[in-house]
Design a protein around this ligand. Structure first.
Ligand code: ATP
Ligand code: MG
Length: 425
């Protein structure tokens, strides 16, 4: 936003008034040149972290070991990093130690790609020692310096190369692509968490289909520290599958990954394990697993019922909505309409038409939405509370969702009494 740029420039000015050099660097310079909205602004400076902290009392020491201080302004925060050089790389991973330096050019030289190695000062003057602007114009991802060396230093850069190419619709410079093919096995040294974060950005990004294609073509997916696909070879099939059914046909982080797992014919259990290896958050992984479980359940059940019998169709759907929840059911409808091409049978097509309306007709999908609660039931039935209550409420919920009984207190209590009586008879 404009506000973010204004506050960022204030930081640059404060630093230069104190006698230091300071620039916008990296992704924000690239995105600004492309006319894209900026996500955040990173600043590089000749000031040492201590000096940055002294100059900006409102700060957070977020990465002092790497020379990074987060400067807090009114509406935005800025990562201010001291010019540095990454001297020794440890085993194809990140540098072991950093060395602070006073030269902007040296700082830009350690960066991965020419399009990410530009700087902008407070007056809007661009510093571009490696031809990043020209590569942006031409639409090329090119390593700064020798690609074989750069991928050898940090193998994650190979995944980043593919990510930037896909995000911006760029090609990969020939030497960069060749180095990537040659060094693909080095990816085995990179932490799965970093791999997961890059894959996530690719799948959620602008060209997930091309990303999958390039991942398969490059062979990178065969060299993860831990395999994430069963069988691994199936990555090779995905480009063909994606050509028919485009991942861009679904949006949102959960649906994209779910769709990819469906294409890979991975079960919910396999997907769960893959996401665990990729260190996805528990919340995200759980949401995706839930969707896949619903997909599996629907495939098992929908094929069996005859949708000509509307009531039977509706009851199956209502059962699923209770089991997985309405929000998941809504997402699943999107997933199902994305895969209609590959699914045959009228059941599916009919459900896609009727499903959304049916969801609205379902009066409750959680026991908390019932017109009676457990405490009241225990009193009415004159029985001490216990595990039986949860089970009974669940039964009432299913009956209600299937529209067999109405969601009214007296009706629910009567139904509960009938059920308990039937059981004890
Ligand atoms: P995004 O839009 O994805 O945030 P970005 O360019 O800002 O893209 P970041 O991962 O936020 O990417 O990194 C900020 C900058 O740090 C990059 O533009 C690049 O100059 C540098 N950088 C990041 N990771 C690496 C790496 N592995 N090797 C070399 N330079 C890197
Ligand atoms: Mg960034």
């Amino acid at each position: 936003s404009e506000r973010m740029e204004t506050e960022g420039k204030e930081v640059l000015r404060a630093l230069s008034e104190a006698g230091y050099e300071a620039y916008f660097v990296g992704g924000c310079v690239r995105d600004k040149a492309l006319g894209r909205p900026l996500k955040d602004i990173d600043i590089a400076t000749s000031a040492l972290p201590d000096e940055v902290m002294r100059l900006f009392p409102r700060h957070a020491p977020t990465g002092l070991a790497h020379g990074t201080v987060t400067v807090i302004r009114e509406q935005h925060t800025f990562e201010v990093t001291t010019f540095r050089k990454e001297s020794e790389y440890e085993q194809f991973r990140r540098p072991k130690e950093v060395e602070f330096i006073s030269d902007l050019n040296e700082d830009l030289r350690r960066r991965d790609f020419t399009i990410n190695a530009m700087a902008l000062d407070a007056h809007g003057t661009r510093y571009d020692p490696f031809g990043g602007s020209a590569d942006l114009e031409a639409g090329v991802v090119r390593c700064v310096g020798n690609p074989l060396e750069r991928f050898h230093e940090d193998a994650l850069r190979m995944l980043r190369a593919i990510r930037f190419a896909c995000e911006y619709g760029f090609s990969l410079q020939e030497a960069t692509w060749e180095a990537l093919l040659r060094h693909a096995p080095l990816l085995a040294h990179v932490a799965m968490e970093r791999v997961g974060a890059e894959l996530d950005k690719m799948i959620e990004g602008r060209s997930p289909d091309r990303a999958v294609k390039l991942l398969a073509e490059s062979g990178l997916t065969r060299h993860f520290k831990q395999p994430v696909v069963w069988p691994l070879a199936e990555w090779d099939l995905v480009p063909e599958l994606c050509a028919a059914v485009k991942l861009t046909g679904v949006t949102g982080p959960e649906l994209r990954w779910t769709a990819l797992f469906v294409l890979l014919e991975m079960s919910s259990g396999q997907a769960r394990e893959a996401m665990k290896r990729l260190k996805f958050s528990g919340k995200k992984s759980a949401a995706i697993v839930r969707l896949l479980q619903m997909d599996e359940w629907m495939r098992q059940h929908l094929d069996k019922i005859r949708m000509e019998d509307e009531q039977a169709g509706f009851e199956t759907w209502a059962g699923a909505c209770v089991m997985f929840g309405k929000p998941v059911a809504l997402l699943w409808l999107e997933l199902a309409s994305w895969q209609t091409e590959s699914l045959d049978g009228r059941n599916w097509r009919q459900l896609l038409e009727l499903g959304p309306g049916w969801i609205e007709r379902i009066p409750a999908d959680r026991v908390t939405e019932l017109a009676v609660n457990g405490t009241e039931l225990a009193v009415e039935l004159d029985k001490p509370a216990g595990p039986w209550l949860g089970a009974l409420l669940q039964e009432l919920l299913v009956e209600t969702a299937k529209l067999r009984i109405r969601n009214e207190r007296d009706i629910l209590i009567q139904e509960a009494k009938n059920r308990v009586k039937r059981e004890t008879m």
